[in-house]
Design a protein around this ligand. Structure first.
Ligand SMILES: Cc1cc2nc3c(=O)[nH]c(=O)nc-3n(C[C@H](O)[C@H](O)[C@H](O)COP(=O)(O)OP(=O)(O)OC[C@H]3O[C@@H](n4cnc5c(N)ncnc54)[C@H](O)[C@@H]3O)c2cc1C
Length: 412
């Protein structure tokens, strides 16, 4: 999504754009996520006190966040940066930077959707946060006050209002908060495909090839290397999601990037039709009616690259979905279902690497969007277009600097 949104933004400025992706449009992390346009997702994962939760991540096999023991040695440098980021000053900086990329989502997506004829795939009907106790809801109040200070509205609902808004909900979820400014993509893969079609229709190209490296001359990229030959270029944007780090290295930047494995379970023929996404924050599960079914998504797992999916995690999401929606507990109600695992491109400070490459003047990094890649893709595209044009970006770029982790290490 990030690459295609950037491609459309560049094309709108008159560039001749070619997108390379060996798997086709929207097959990465974009494919199976639940499509939350979450303008309220502005807090990084690394917050003060987070280290106290880490033993649980190692020990609880099915907890919402899991680190496989076998991956711990390779993950250590990433974790080191993660713990370093868990301080109040960095949290404030990351919050402002996440807000800057996500807040303009609606306005930034509008021209892309119009060009691609994709308006039907995006709805702006808010998100519903649900809780099983007043205490659980109150525990998040401070976060919502911080959001309110940034202009992100949320409404504390009267008791039992969640079920009045979404009749399929279990009555135990009596407490709720409504976030009117959030939206939803009802099929992220279909959206990516429509973006790719628009790109090609307007004179660009989408090639089913993988980039293996770059030809560099005099501090500039002159061509992108692929197994089928070199593709000459005037400028390059690296937006390969969780696979970006080795390519970024060739462009002079060492970015700690981990695949944060998330899962979904989707009930294909559900009678439940949610009017807007429902997020049970206690259970850490996001539920949304998609074009293809009722999708439950969440969990994060760190494992060695290539480790087979742990489908118990998808089944666990389904069990939580059944807790949310009683109709799914009926015999046969979840018989037709699919499951998916995807790789979120995760940096230790939850911010993407977005900015000029250190080793090539005409290369721009745009990867590492973690949990907000769908929400932040359109605004990222605008930033990318400004960088390629040599214009100042409308958002301050320092927090996303691709070399920020290197600089920290050397300044120690
Ligand atoms: C369970 C789950 C739930 C999520 N929920 C949300 C949500 O509600 N809202 C939200 O905003 N975000 C959400 N996300 C995060 C979101 O999915 C990602 O941030 C986003 O999809 C990242 O987009 P991307 O374009 O950077 O990466 P990807 O979608 O992974 O795309 C990268 C592309 O690069 C291609 N590629 C790889 N290597 C090469 C190469 N060498 N050459 C060429 N191409 C290459 C891949 O084939 C892939 O298609 C969720 C993620 C998960 C897993």
């Amino acid at each position: 999504m990030v690459g295609l949104a950037s491609a459309l933004a560049l094309q709108a400025e008159g560039h001749k754009v070619t997108v390379l992706d060996p798997k086709g449009p929207g097959e990465g992390a974009t494919m199976g996520n639940p499509g939350g346009l979450s303008l309220s997702s502005i807090f990084p994962t690394a917050v003060p006190g987070i280290h106290r939760q880490m033993p649980g991540w190692l020990l609880d096999p099915l907890g919402p966040l899991k680190i496989r023991w076998s991956h711990l040695p390779a993950l250590a440098p990433w974790l080191w940066h993660f713990l370093r980021a868990a301080n109040p000053a960095q949290v404030a900086r990351a919050t402002a930077a996440l807000h800057a990329l996500t807040a303009p989502a609606r306005e930034a997506y509008a021209p892309l959707l119009a060009r691609a004829g994709a308006q039907r795939l995006v709805q702006w009907r808010g998100h519903l946060m649900v809780y099983r106790s007043a205490e659980a809801m109150a525990a998040e109040a401070a976060g919502w006050r911080k959001r309110a200070a940034l202009g992100i509205a949320a409404e504390d609902l009267p008791l039992d209002a969640p079920r009045a808004m979404e009749p399929a909900l279990d009555p135990a979820y009596r407490w709720g908060r409504f976030v009117p400014g959030n939206g939803h993509v009802s099929d992220p893969r279909a959206l990516a495909r429509l973006f790719a079609e628009a790109l090609v229709r307007d004179g660009g190209a989408f090639l089913p090839r993988g980039a293996t490296g770059f030809a560099l001359e005099g501090g500039r990229v002159t061509a992108v290397k692929t197994p089928q030959g070199d593709l000459p270029c005037d400028a390059v944007v690296l937006a390969a999601g969780s696979a970006s780090a080795p390519l970024a290295r060739q462009l002079g930047d060492k970015v700690p990037l981990e695949a944060e494995r998330g899962y979904h379970a989707e009930v294909s023929e559900s009678e439940i039709e949610l009017k807007r996404p429902v997020f049970a924050t206690g259970e850490k599960i996001f539920a949304a009616s998609m074009e293809t079914g009722l999708r439950f998504a969440g969990t994060a797992e760190f494992a060695r690259p290539g480790t087979p999916p742990d489908w118990r995690r998808a089944e666990g999401l389904l069990a939580l979905g059944q807790r949310l929606f009683p109709a799914l507990r009926e015999p046969g109600a979840v018989e037709h279902r699919t499951r998916w695992m995807g790789l979120r491109p995760g940096t230790p400070d939850s911010l993407p690497a977005l900015g000029p490459a250190s080793g090539a003047r005409n290369a721009v990094h745009a990867f590492g969007h973690g949990h907000i890649g769908i929400t932040g893709a359109a605004m990222t595209g605008r930033v990318v277009a400004a960088l390629i044009a040599g214009r100042p970006s409308s958002v301050p770029l320092a927090p996303y600097h691709p070399a920020r982790f290197q600089r920290r290490v050397s300044s120690d």
